[in-house]
Design a binder for this molecule. Sequence first.
Ligand SMILES: [Zn+2]
Length: 316
Amino acid sequence: MSMSSDSSFPKNVHLETVPCICGSPHIDPKFSITAPDYINNIKGDFTIVRCSQCGLMRTNPRPDRNSIHIYYPSSYTPYSYQPQKTTLLSRLINFLAGSPRKLPDIPAGKALELGCSSGAFLEVLRDKGWDVLGLDVSSEPIRIAKSKGLPARLLDFSDFPPATEKYNLVCAWMVLEHLHDPRSAFKFIHDSLDDHGYFLCSVPDMDSLLFKLFGKYTSFLHLPNHLFHFNEQTLSLYLSHAGFQITRVRRPGSPTTLLKSVYILSSELNIKLLRNLSLFLLSRSPVATSVRLLLFVLSGPLNFSGKMEIWAQKSF
Ligand SMILES: [Zn+2]
């Protein structure tokens, strides 16, 4: 591992160059994506490389564990907690998505959520009779979850402790891609599960049509917050190495990833009409809401949502 400072980055950002989690430092010379931080607009470009050994893509070099927080300012979307208004769109989406999110057909028991944020999914589980615990890296969402009577604790995901409790279900929605060492998370999750317990997760999908079309402008690349960039093959590979058997792969819809990608592309290429259109379609107007509903329904089947959900059962 080597460290470097670069004047094109904020001076408190420390970059580290790391091999793939399979151990190989070798990268596929035919694959490279370079893009800036389109979310917070902090200066500096980041590159995604692909391991020539196992195919896993990673951000390399990347901000180290001590400086990644710079890319999670308080304005970072999942950290802003305006109470969610129940709109017609959110109700329709919940209905169409079969929300509360579908769960494996097992009796309610003990469930753990990594990256529980302010507890929306913990609430869903609790309402279905589960005994829940949420873990998150940030204290403000924990405070909100607790204020709703949900058990939640702070945990540093860059250094998982040995697992002490057993659960029947562990969930991590859009979390794995943020971790410096996803293998330590897989071990912690595996050790936290009862025999035949389920691990449910979602990640952005690098095989999605959205990424094939938008490339570096794809909104879900989310550099440099996303340190690993999975597809079905690489996530399945590492889950099976960790002792899981994949039981279900699904590509749920998303009403906004396409629109956000159009916004990034048109802003960068200065296509004002398209930029204004994408901004309008991201607004709360009834027309925009209807279009997003349509996108939500179509984006999953057309592989435009960029989101992949995997169920994995502990197999050994
Ligand atoms: Zn590798």
